[in-house]
Design a protein around this ligand. Sequence first.
Ligand code: UD1
Ligand code: CA
Length: 466
Amino acid sequence: MTGNCAVILAVGEGTRMKSKQPKVLAQVLFKPLIDWVIDSARACDLGEKNICVVTGHGKQALCAHLPQDVETVEQTERLGTGHAVMQAREFLRRHGSGNVLILGGDAPFMDGETARLALEYHTRTGSAATVISAVVSDPTGYGRIVRDANGDFSGITEEKDASDDQRQIREINSGAYWFNVQALLVALEKMEQNAKYRLNAAKEYYLTDAIEILRSMGQRVSTFNSKNEAVALGANDRDQLAQLNEIARQQVIRRHRLAGVSIPFDSGIVIAPDVQIGRDTEILQGTILKGKTVIGEDAVIGPNTVLENCVVEDGAQLVQTFGTDARVCKNTQIGPFARLRPGTVIGENVRVGNFVEIKNSTVGNETKISHLSYIGDTDVGEGVNVGSGCATVNFTGKEKFRTTIGDHAFIGCDTSLVAPVRVGARAYTGAGSTITEDVPDDALALGRARQVIKKDWVKVKKPYRK
Ligand code: UD1
Ligand code: CA
């Protein structure tokens, strides 16, 4: 852990998103922008309680979303990026011995690797401030990095304040910086006290003026040119957000491919940034992997499978499956058309077939639940066979109860198991049974009306039928 800290600016209203939510909660690959930025800050080894987010619009929703160890301050008036950082002065004073990473909360591609390399550079050069810059094909809207005849960094000019020549510059300010905390506090003080710093086109306190102030004080200011051209990208509306999604989607797919995951076609495949996938696993079309899903090696996922926060072990195959907060162990086959709901753990070499829903249940190794069944709040043993069309009756309309099925039990087709109930090991239930009482080990339970035959009933009752 270092004495360094981070301040994330997240006041943006995002009017053009036309959302009730603050802009930084908009998602790229199902992950809110602010979470991308926090993860980048954490990649700089800041330690706990070293991140402060400047909030404003949608403050409540944002604070409710942020992790416990992240501090917040509020900027009640939007008077510019310099003013936003002023709101975090008390936080900065508490971290006065180190450097601070300033990040825009709406720039998700400012990655941790770049931030770390920039810190190394900042420390090595003994700079009071280091601006992370990038050379982009379209610099419109960004602050330009201005250099003197020797190519030395001389300052940042905002587009609104730039001359025609300066507008041609393609090296831009990403909006991310490392500052020596003490130097930044001094610069903010000067910025606030001297009215000339608000004579810019926007009449705002520009954080970029802190760079100029430090330079005029004879302190060293540097730029760190990012190899990642996308570092500064943000989105103002949902169309631009979709472009960020597409960039991120392609990047994540490419990363997995280069790490040995087979993704022969990428159509309809969306993999969230924190998903892990093992080598030789195949991801097929229409598959969406969200949250912290972890997939082992040699698995086959898809087509058309959606998994959120699931763990899938080596060699498992999930076809047309929807899973949330579930675990599937080795070599198990699921689907097509299966649903795994939260709290489900399915053992090894299990077969879960079409139109099967499993919720908050454990299923032992080698068990088969092949067709059209609902298993809820149940502990199913090993080597069990659940016939077609079975249901656990787990809900009375008021309360939920559990069902237990012992090892090697055989649940006949169309059995209803009315919970709380236990079927013993190796026990059978007759097809069509409604089981309301516990079945002992090795027993057969029949809970259905005995069949009656009415001879010649059709001839008597339906004489008109040929
Ligand atoms: C700023 C930089 C510009 C850079 C660009 C990168 C300044 C003066 N300019 O531009 O050089 O190229 O970022 O995107 O800093 N924010 C607040 N409170 C405010 C104003 C902004 O918290 O009063 C936050 C925004 O929510 C956002 C970040 O600061 O997360 C950047 O704001 P934005 O308005 O996009 O920056 P610009 O001033 O356009
Ligand atoms: Ca901007």
